[in-house]
Design a protein around this ligand. Structure first.
Ligand SMILES: Cc1cc2nc3c(=O)[nH]c(=O)nc-3n(C[C@H](O)[C@H](O)[C@H](O)COP(=O)(O)OP(=O)(O)OC[C@H]3O[C@@H](n4cnc5c(N)ncnc54)[C@H](O)[C@@H]3O)c2cc1C
Length: 489
């Protein structure tokens, strides 16, 4: 039986068509003022779905399977579900993350391996959830196996909308907007309210609704303290999308936004029933606060992210070099120096990843984790480095980013002018326009600007991440050296 056939019969990896079929479930998605009938066919959403489907298909490519999948009990699963039992397993997971990211050059940041990394960690740390109630640990184990066995695509939403900054600073939520439990029934929890933000929401099968913002352990916060997961098509769950950046242009005209539009959506819940078997934490703010750290989910997510950001930074280096070469600027010492800065960024991320993987070590449960500090350094630096990479594309591209007629202009009445006046010493007009339209999609278009915003925020507010980094950093030895010097005779 081939792997493709197996996907239709057994447990494990799914192909693109199976994935797309799963999205046709009557989900309640709104975009551009209207309700979407079918996200796999709707303009602005369909090509993102098709891209992800094509990525799912690659799981059956014999040349890639050893990297991006693994076998267990006769079934073949995505590598991101593999619980690492050795340093080699950590390295294999990193290779799979990197491989997935290269398909979009990091521009489709929310490939399923991101959430799989987190779920694998929770699924192998059920002892932690069982502290709340034994069944919460069992629920998570069953959920991990369900998602892995059916190769489900997950999104997550961790943040309540801020209604009042001062209230949020006190670790409290507004019951006007925040998601909360409104009642309990024999069947489960009933929740209402809103959550920011679910990237990939319209293209996901399931949504994890987990806590991330620190909650005060007060009686009034108990209805806001929970973790659960439900299908996107659950009655009462609605996704309210931003504008699509896929404006239905050709791949030539919009090389990134025509392919890699992973939609972001605000999620609203109107009396949504969450079955008890999908509840993993409830009415325990302190457990909620500890969850991502104590399951090591945050480390495994950082690992996926660093591998993806490496692919992205490498791509920007390639783009800058190609832009410079177009006019022979790549021979200029000053330009070389400018692009070298992008190379330092890419090489820094590569070093962070390598350092973390090579120093992988057993965690408190005997599973392996990459070393946190290099990955944490990467997740704190990249939100600052990516906007700088974008700025470098703008500075090098300058007005060439505006000298970007469309594909149609290469064949219409002005084709002669376009063919003549857009050429450079190293590129004909078609090649030059294609290259700078790509640069435009990285650094100027709505798609490109959303990428920069995503990098700044998707892992959380930068000040919060930096503060956690500071707290975890082993400062004592360094401070001792200061003390020693001050006390020297
Ligand atoms: C493109 C994109 C995709 C995302 N995808 C997801 C997703 O899939 N799932 C998910 O759960 N979340 C997602 N997020 C949300 C992300 O987790 C949040 O944006 C992030 O946690 C910040 O929260 P906030 O947007 O409420 O900003 P706020 O908390 O309102 O902060 C806004 C700004 O104010 C600053 N600020 C706030 N408080 C202080 C203070 N006390 N002192 C100084 N500065 C302060 C912050 O640093 C920040 O710069 C996404 C965000 C973006 C932009």
């Amino acid at each position: 039986m081939s792997a493709q056939e197996k996907a239709t019969t057994g447990k494990g990896i799914r192909n693109g068509e199976q994935y797309l079929e799963g999205l046709r479930d009557g989900r309640d998605v709104w975009i551009h003022g209207e309700k979407v009938k079918d996200v796999t066919r709707h303009p602005g959403l369909s090509r993102g779905a098709q891209t992800l489907a094509s990525f799912m298909d690659r799981q059956f490519d014999p040349a890639l399977q050893d990297t991006i999948t693994y076998e267990e009990d006769g079934n073949r699963y995505a590598t991101s579900f593999m619980i690492p039992k050795s340093k080699d397993d950590v390295v294999k997971r990193g290779a799979a993350f990197y491989e997935w990211a290269t398909w979009s050059n990091g521009m489709f940041g929310r490939t399923p391996d991101y959430k799989n990394a987190s779920l694998m960690a929770f699924g192998s740390a059920t002892d932690f959830l069982a502290e709340g109630k034994p069944e919460y640990g069992e629920n998570m184990k069953a959920y991990y196996e369900y998602v892995r066995d059916n190769d489900k695509v997950l999104t997550h939403t961790l943040v309540n909308p801020t209604f009042n900054h001062a209230q949020a600073q006190e670790g409290k939520y507004s019951d006007k907007v925040a998601l909360q439990v409104v009642r309990e029934t024999d069947a489960g929890l009933v929740v209402s309210g809103a959550r920011l933000l679910a990237t990939l929401g319209p293209h996901a099968d399931e949504i994890e609704v987990f806590p991330s913002t620190l909650l005060k352990a007060s009686e009034e916060n108990l209805p806001f303290a929970f973790a659960f997961a439900i299908p996107i098509g659950t009655p009462g769950l609605r996704l309210i999308c931003r504008d699509s950046y896929d404006h239905e242009k050709s791949h030539f005209d919009a090389p990134l936004s025509s392919r890699f539009e992973e939609m972001d959506a605000v999620v609203t819940f109107d009396n949504v029933l969450v079955p008890w078997e999908r509840v993993f934490m409830y009415r325990d703010p302190l457990m909620c606060n500890r969850a991502f750290a104590e399951t090591n989910a945050v480390i495994h997510m950082m690992h996926q992210v660093a591998c993806g950001k490496l692919a992205k930074a490498e791509f920007i280096v390639g783009l800058l070099c190609a832009m410079a070469k177009a006019t022979g600027k790549d021979k200029d010492m000053n330009i070389k120096g400018q692009i070298a800065e992008a190379m330092w960024i890419a090489e820094s991320v590569r070093a962070f990843r390598y350092s973390a993987e090579q120093q992988a070590h057993p965690d408190q449960r005997g599973n392996y984790i990459p070393l946190r500090r290099p990955l944490d350094t990467s997740r704190n630096l990249f939100p600052k480095m990516y906007p700088r990479l974008v700025e470098m594309v703008q500075l090098l591209g300058s007005s060439s980013l505006m000298a970007t007629p469309s594909e149609a202009d290469l064949t219409n009445d002005i084709a002669h002018d376009v063919g003549q006046y857009f050429q450079t010493v190293n590129l004909d007009s078609r090649e030059r326009i294609a290259l700078f339209r790509l640069a435009h999609d990285v650094a100027v278009s709505g798609f490109g600007n959303r990428q920069a915003l995503y990098e700044r925020f998707f892992f959380g507010p930068q000040n919060v991440m930096a503060s956690i980094y500071f707290d975890l950093y082993n400062k004592d030895d360094m401070m001792d050296r200061v003390t020693e010097l001050l006390n020297r005779e």
